[in-house]
Write a protein of this length. Structure first.
Ligand SMILES: *Cc1c(COP(=O)(O)O)cnc(C)c1O
Length: 457
């Protein structure tokens, strides 16, 4: 390794942290479909959206034209606490695989929340504060987004109400306590504190909740509490915009050494880390300046891209959110209870959905036992304990590197290592005890949820 000119970690200087986010939509010929009002099926206006979301974030959500958007100085200052994030050359993984491929990963787990979600949480909290709001509401599943938002709200002295999927609230007390440490209030969802929660509890007594339920409750809490707005950690255009910092930094680091990736890989839940990682590269691809193979990786148990349909669907179970056109499994879809690897949202970012529909990126799905095998190998050779979500990307990167081993091609692979897995040890335990199984939904099961998609003409 000594004679190799590429260091193990490529760090940018603090002064090289991007000062603008890149808005990929500006370069898309086919823009992502607009959000629709669930009652009228007409595109949501800014005024309608501002009842739920912060005004500046609504402007960003609807802005398909501005290529760059300035990152306010306060957000840049916060970014300096944990950015720039390193770009790592996975020399040890390459060696363990015996591949001629060159593997790089962008590591976003270097902050207390443990994932990339803080990049957007701090932006959303900033705009809420600037608008003079008292606080924000949100949902969280396993807790990464809630943790990131709690940190961001505490920095700007905003109240933060988190609706946490009940099963996680009960089984993952540690994330809950991190959120409370940062001053957030955490309510298990469904709860009796909202009308939609009461309705869901009456219809499904004993339910352990779902992301879709928690979103409905958080939205209701925002619109019924004076001085509150709702914020979301993925899927939305604004979130992909904030996450473009991942790709901008990765590209700047690669450019320093004249490295050009052939393949870019990211895990895809709602699409925010992948959308952020690929942003500047996809921009070049859209403008015809360069070409890259881009691969989204999702769980076989929640296969929105690979087995979903591209259609307008509800974002939440209570059907209070705007309709989004996206690759979806249907808003009632919940992955099987044995699914432990995250990435469990039924839909996908409208931006990525449009790019996928236009053939500009690929998608693949992987089984969770293969994912944990990749996670464990990665932890052992590269040192970092990866989040199960991130490990979907590791799995795909390893598989591509092994293909290079067969063909002898020296491809350059870049993947997103979105976070660390310290709070996911119950899932690792299942894997180690060989209690983890792979459940793949049947076509018949998926058809049941698909039949319930709203009819939009
Ligand atoms: C939330 C999360 C994801 C998935 O969300 P995206 O919006 O698809 O990026 C991936 N990795 C980690 C560590 C997460 O916390």
């Amino acid at each position: 390794m000594a004679e190799n000119k590429i260091p193990y970690k490529i760090y940018l200087d603090e002064s090289e942290i991007p000062s603008k986010w890149y808005n990929l939509r500006a370069d898309m010929k086919n823009k992502p479909a607009p959000l629709l009002n669930p009652g009228t099926h007409q595109p949501m206006t800014a005024a309608e959206l501002e009842g739920v979301f912060c005004s500046e974030l609504v402007a960003q959500e609807l802005d398909n034209e501005s290529r760059y958007i300035d990152i306010p100085e306060e957000i840049q200052n916060f970014y300096k606490m944990y950015r720039p994030a390193p770009l790592v050359r996975a020399y040890y993984l390459e060696k363990a695989l015996g591949t001629p491929a060159k593997i790089y990963y962008k590591f976003e787990g270097n902050n207390t929340s443990g994932s990339h979600k803080l990049n957007s949480a701090i932006a959303q909290a900033y705009y809420a504060k600037k608008q003079g709001l008292k606080g924000v509401t949100t949902e969280t599943g396993a807790g990464q987004w809630g943790t990131a938002l709690s940190m961001a709200c505490s920095y700007f002295d905003l109240d933060c109400k988190v609706y946490m999927v009940k099963v996680s609230y009960e089984q993952k007390p540690f994330r809950r306590e991190v959120m409370r440490t940062y001053g957030a209030s955490v309510t298990p969802s469904p709860s009796a504190t909202t009308q939609v929660g009461q309705k869901i509890l009456a219809e499904h007594p004993g339910t352990t909740g779902s992301l879709g339920c928690a979103i409905s409750e958080a939205v209701e809490a925002a619109v019924t509490n004076e001085g509150y707005r709702y914020v979301l950690g993925s899927v939305l255009n604004q979130v992909l915009l904030h996450q473009s910092i991942i790709g901008l930094e990765a590209k700047a680091a690669m450019d320093k050494y004249g490295i050009k990736p052939d393949i870019i890989i990211g895990c895809a839940g709602g699409g925010s880390n992948l959308g952020g990682l690929i942003a500047p590269f996809m921009g070049e691809k859209l403008r015809g300046e360069a070409d890259y193979r881009i691969i989204a990786v999702e769980p076989k148990s929640c296969p929105s891209f690979t087995r979903g349909v591209y259609a307008y669907d509800f974002a939440d179970t209570g059907m209070v959110c705007p309709l989004a056109k996206m690759y979806t499994l249907g808003s009632d879809f919940i992955p099987a209870p044995n699914h432990a690897g995250g990435l469990r949202y039924h839909g996908m970012s409208p931006v990525l959905s449009q790019l996928y529909a236009d053939g500009l990126m690929e998608a693949t799905s992987v089984a969770q036992t293969e994912v944990f095998a990749a996670a464990e190998m990665f932890a052992r050779v590269e040192g970092t304990l990866p989040a199960p979500e991130s490990s979907h990307a590791i799995r795909a990167a390893i598989d591509e590197a092994l293909k290079c081993k067969e063909t002898g091609e020296e491809k350059t692979i870049l993947f997103g290592l979105t976070g660390t897995g310290y709070f996911d040890m119950l899932a690792y335990e299942k894997y180690h005890d060989k209690k983890m199984t792979d459940y793949v939904p049947t076509d018949e099961e998926l058809a049941v949820y698909r039949a319930k998609l709203p009819k939009i003409d």
